[in-house]
Design a protein around this ligand. Structure first.
Ligand SMILES: [Zn+2]
Length: 140
């Protein structure tokens, strides 16, 4: 059983369906303190029992943006500027997080908000954390 949440960028170029485990009614909303996320006002969520299907209509109009350790792709729509998700490939498997501020509707969804800041974390710790916490089933 899972709760399906649709989301995407403003113009509809990038859309996703997030299947969230139904026995986890609280969706953790992580307000990241890094400069990129502050500037986008992005708040991220993921769950190790969730899965994510992403559709990109016009790949040429998306821009995977990397910064910092350059281990994650932030998928920014070049048409409307919204960043609905980020992905990270670890050992051939694609992990992901989604921006809860790009959900289409939040009826029946409740959030717990935490502030995060992973500045100063080394790459091994970062990939280990993503492997544990990010959505381990992503189809792009
Ligand atoms: Zn867009």
């Amino acid at each position: 059983m899972s709760l399906r949440i649709a989301g995407g960028c403003h113009c509809g170029n990038i859309t996703f369906d997030l299947d969230w485990p139904a026995d986890q009614p609280q969706i953790g909303r992580r307000e990241c303190g890094c400069v990129f996320c502050r500037k986008h006002r992005a708040a991220w969520t993921s769950h190790a029992d969730a899965s994510l299907v992403v559709r990109i209509n016009d790949v040429a109009n998306t821009s995977p943006y990397r910064f910092g350790t350059a281990t994650a792709d932030f998928h920014v729509c070049r048409h409307c500027g919204v960043a609905p998700l980020a992905t990270c490939e670890i050992d051939g498997r694609l992990f992901g997080i989604v921006n809860v501020n790009t959900f289409e509707a939040t009826d029946g969804v409740s959030f717990t908000t935490t502030a995060t800041d992973f500045e100063g974390e080394n790459v091994d710790d970062r990939l280990g954390r993503r492997r544990r916490n990010w959505i381990p089933s992503v189809r792009l």
